[in-house]
Design a protein around this ligand. Sequence first.
Ligand SMILES: [Zn+2]
Length: 280
Amino acid sequence: MARPPALIPDRFVALLYHDVHPGEVFAYGRLGRSATMYHISERAFRSQLDVIERCGIRCLSAAAMRACLAGAGTRDGPGLVLCFDDGWRGAVEFAAPALSERGMAAFFFITTGFIGRRFFAGHDGLRRLDPSLFTIGSHGVTHRMLSDLPSDGIVAELSDSRRSLEDLLGRPVNCLSIPGGAADSRVFDIAVAAGYDHIFTSALGMNPTAAGRRGIARIGVRRTTDLATLRRWLAGDLRRERARAALLAAPKRLLGMRTYSRLRRVLLGEAVGREHFFEP
Ligand SMILES: [Zn+2]
């Protein structure tokens, strides 16, 4: 298959995954559709990696992504960033080995309060992730929506999770993924002050965005994302998703994030901030 023609070497798409589970169906117990609609099977995941490989796109390591965001471009042709949020066990047990086999780099963002809980990776699994391929970052302590918290609450979420991960891994943790994408300028300022130099959001777009390393845009892979859609994203064509986001942006501005999340959940059967889904 030919390389997607629209790809520009110094820009990249970041894909956001959650869990990758064995078998076609996986019993998540009480976890609702809003959470599991972002989970895909290992078979589907491997098919997606095949597409990425065949397109000749390289999965950027932290160092390669940093260089690209600093203006150096993606040196070895078109690049892509793969992210896994929350710290699901399947991402560590099934996605990471599939990536290792192919030498593909990825980022894992861990909600430290979930470590070792049902469906989530434990300390040993996280420690075993190969640091030469995989970058581990923070995704808060409790997955609370940061923009809803008072400033000292944001500081605690970001500093405590970073410290826990650094203690666990014995190396610095500098990357952050904002839970539920719920960020405002206060959250960004606190994150930078807490020592994060690369901040991943749920904003839609190609990278670098205007915010550069402090606002890395990502597009969420869903159970329903087919290979044609993936190819379109890899070619940098996000028009369909942009149109959908624009439709949802007007009520978001008018209602504020919280009310908007509730409305969207009701209208679309999904949630922007998935803060309640992980409660036991
Ligand atoms: Zn999350």
